[in-house]
Design a binder for this molecule. Structure first.
Ligand code: ZN
Length: 136
């Protein structure tokens, strides 16, 4: 078993899946292979793979299905819950992260992302806009 890291790719990175040119949203950092029985030199294997919002779930399922783990290096959902106690922050079985909040008179917002850092950025952006709106 190996641990893969999920992180944010640099801006303007495209999905590495064949024939997909969508903007990548998740970069997978692949641990070095110690597999030698195939006689192939794995030292030149790519160490990262970028996927778009559609292809990350497929990549994620393949990694987990092969018995490996994935660590989100952009943040931690428990830290988000602690930092935003009035929000409902949760992870679905698919790995998708959600943050939901009620704002005053029954107005609600739900944000979602694949990485904790992306969800936090969306929450901060929403709160900063909401603050400007309520101050005007
Ligand atoms: Zn893609």
């Amino acid at each position: 078993m190996s641990t893969y890291q999920a992180t944010m790719p640099p801006d303007d990175t495209t999905c590495g899946m064949r024939s997909c040119s969508a903007r990548a949203t998740v970069r997978t950092v692949i641990p070095p292979s110690r597999f030698e029985a195939d006689g192939v030199d794995h030292s030149q294997d790519p160490s990262t793979f970028d996927t778009c919002v559609c292809h990350w779930p497929i990549m994620r399922a393949a990694v987990l299905g092969n018995g490996h783990e994935i660590t989100d290096t952009t943040g931690d959902i428990e830290a988000l819950k602690a930092d935003y106690p009035t929000w409902s922050v949760f992870r679905r079985d698919s790995g998708r992260l959600y943050a939901a909040a009620c704002r005053g008179t029954g107005l609600g917002i739900t944000l979602d992302a694949w990485l904790a850092g992306q969800l936090r950025a969306q929450m901060e952006s929403f709160l900063s806009v909401a603050q400007r709106v309520s101050a005007s």
